[in-house]
Structure formats: C-alpha cells, structure tokens
Design a protein around this ligand. Structure first.
Ligand code: FAD
Length: 321
C-alpha cells in the first residue's frame, strides 16, 4: 500500500546530519512505493535540499524563518505541524536524536497519534509494517505494528542504513511560509563545548574509557587510537564520576546510546547500565585486566590485558594499514 511519508531532516552548522539520510531510508520502507517528502526547518537551509534528493527524497518542503535558526520545541512543532497540515502524510519518521526525542512526543500529542519510539529497524512483511525496538535497556527487542492512524516512528541513529547516494536524483522543492509565534523559549546564544573530533552519537567507531584509565591523562592513548581510526571518544559513568572526562561522553542508560560499527571498551567492567548504551554496537572489542569482567559477555573480541600496553599496540598496528 503506497503511502505519502514525511521525514524530518536535521541540519547542524549548515550541513545535514547522517540521521537525515537514515530517516529517508526508513521513510522509503514505510512509504511502500509511495512518496517520501523530506522536511527542512531552519534559517537558510534550502540549499541542503539537493543532498536529500541524492539520498532518496522525492520532494523537499522547507520552512525558513529566523525563529527556526536554533531548535525550540514550540517553534519546530508549529512549523512541522503546518507541513503535516499542508501535506496530509500517512507516515512520519523522525530521528531518535536529542531533537527528535523532544519533538516527536509533542507532535504525537498535538495530533492525538500513537508513536513508536527508538526503532532500530522497520520492514514491510506479511502485509504489515513491523518496527523493531529495544526494551529492558537493550536486553530484548519487541516488534510493533500500527493498526490505524498516522504511522509515526522515531528511529535510532546508526541502525537503518541510508540508501546509496545517487547524484543524478533531483526533485521538487517547495517552501511553506509559517507564522511562528508565541514562542515560550527563545535561544539567545548557543555556547558549544569545544569538542575534539567526531560526533559521538554519529561515530562509526567509538573508543570508550572506564575507571580503568585511572586519570584524565589516561585517555590520551585512547585519543590516539581514535585519531587513527577516525573514531570518537566515549566513557563509562565510572570515568565521568571520577572526573577523568566530561559527562557529555557518558554512554549508557543515563548517557548516550551508541551503535557504531566498532566499539572498543577500555577498562570498563560492563555494568548493566553501561551495556544499555552500547550492546547493540555491531562489533564490540573489550580490553580489561580482569578475565571475569562482565564486558566480555557482550564482546565479540576480548583482550585480557593492561589497556596501557594493549591500546598503544593496537594504534601502532592500525597505523600500518
Ligand atoms: P568499574 O566498574 O570500576 O570498572 C573498571 C574496570 O577497569 C574493571 O573491570 C577493571 O578490571 C578494569 N581495569 C582497571 N585497570 C585496568 C587496566 N590498566 N587495563 C585494563 N582494564 C583495567 N554507568 C555507565 O557507564 N553509564 C550509565 O549510563 C550509567 N547509568 C547508571 C544509572 C544508574 C541508576 C546507576 C545506579 C548506575 C549507572 N551507571 C552507569 C554506573 C554503573 O553501574 C557502573 O558503576 C559504571 O558503569 C562503572 O564504570 P566502569 O566500568 O568504568 O568502572
């Protein structure tokens, strides 16, 4: 059954985040041969439409307003609801990002619709659209279908592969004018923490350190490995609590959820709360002195040893490739 599906594209610093292409890919499955309309909200973002076509969008709708320059729940909800009103989609897909986690329930509430959140997969099978989502902190997965109304889901970044880029694809861009008003929040300034290297939530490779790194300086060998592999640095709460690194790096139940292609856990015991944030990574390598450490239960490759010996050796070997 062909459907019209809206997907929300996310941009930061005038470039599209990967999750935008993943929402298009999920949107294609939901559309079942119908139309995928990507929505771009912001100020001066229309030029990004071209890339959305390359990744499979059939049409792009933009809402440009200086009040949409930075995300506010009110502003984005007004703009997106106006697009929904104008396009009357049967499906809506948003990334399960910081923005999406905030916006999606608000939209579902306003539309009086259901919402499948944090889906890691969607497939059209047996006449149904079946969404998969982790439950019990990733220890099990449930399958869900929506039987009526809007098919609305948020998708976990790094799980649904984008479609292959096709630079010959183009499409119609239409701009919608929306009177954004009565904002209860106004962002006056965004002060970003100086971040080194790759964005943790979108990284294909994550090198994470735990209390075993023993100090702030103990992260240095991990950073060198991350540089060689083009990866991002993450951490356990143990390392954050010990002030070896910033809480923005924390992975786990009360931190970020990551699903990179490669996760290297260094000096992390593997507490259940940490596993909740990384156990769905595609390949997990654990380096720990303790052969009984829980992290080895989820690891594809385990190295029993001192991280300060093993990590520099790995860095040297990867440099040779
Ligand atoms: P430890 O448990 O102390 O483990 C350190 C490991 O390093 C040990 O296994 C040790 O063998 C190894 N080691 C030491 N030296 C070396 C060396 N030189 N080389 C190799 N290995 C070495 N934790 C999270 O991570 N994320 C969360 O989101 C989170 N949320 C929580 C929420 C709640 C409500 C609660 C109660 C806890 C939460 N925790 C979370 C904390 C969690 O329970 C653990 O305390 C924490 O993950 C432990 O961090 P760690 O593995 O770095 O430290």
């Amino acid at each position: 059954m062909a459907r019209k599906v809206l997907v929300l594209a996310e941009a930061r610093d005038n470039s599209l985040r990967n999750v935008s292409f993943e929402t298009i890919s999920a949107g294609k499955t939901v559309a079942e041969g119908g139309e995928v309309v990507a929505v771009l909200l912001g100020d001066g973002v229309s030029s990004l439409a071209t890339e959305l076509f390359h990744y499979g969008a059939d049409k792009v709708v933009t809402v440009e307003d200086e009040k949409l320059k930075t995300y506010t729940p009110d502003g984005y909800a007004q703009a997106l609801l106006a697009v929904i009103d104008a396009e009357s989609p049967e499906g809506l897909v948003i990334g399960h990002t910081a923005l999406g986690k905030d916006l999606a329930p608000k939209i579902a509430g306003k539309l009086n619709s259901g919402l499948i959140s944090d889906a890691t997969d969607v497939e059209a099978t047996g006449g149904n659209l079946v969404f998969t989502r982790p439950i019990y902190s990733g220890k099990a997965f449930e399958k869900k279908i929506i039987t009526d109304g809007l098919i609305f889901a948020t998708i976990r970044p790094n799980n649904i592969a984008p479609l292959a880029k096709d630079e010959s694809r183009t499409g119609e861009v239409s701009s919608l004018s929306v009177d954004i008003k009565d904002l209860r929040t106004i962002v006056k300034e965004v002060v970003r923490k100086a971040s080194e290297g790759v964005d943790l939530s979108e990284a294909k490779v994550v090198i994470a350190g735990g209390r075993g790194v023993k100090s702030e300086d103990g992260f240095e060998p991990l950073k060198e490995l991350a540089n060689v592999l083009g990866g991002a640095i993450g951490a356990s709460r143990g390392a954050c609590d010990a002030e070896y690194c910033d809480y923005s790096l924390q992975i786990g139940q009360t931190g970020k959820v990551v699903t990179p292609d490669l996760y290297i856990a260094c000096g992390i015991s593997g507490a259940i709360q940490h596993l909740a944030g990384m156990s769905n990574s595609k390949v997990i390598v654990a380096i720990n002195k303790d052969p009984e450490a829980n992290i080895f239960k989820v690891a594809d490759y385990g190295i029993v040893g001192d991280l300060f010996e093993v990590v520099p050796l790995l860095t040297e070997e990867f440099k040779k490739l």
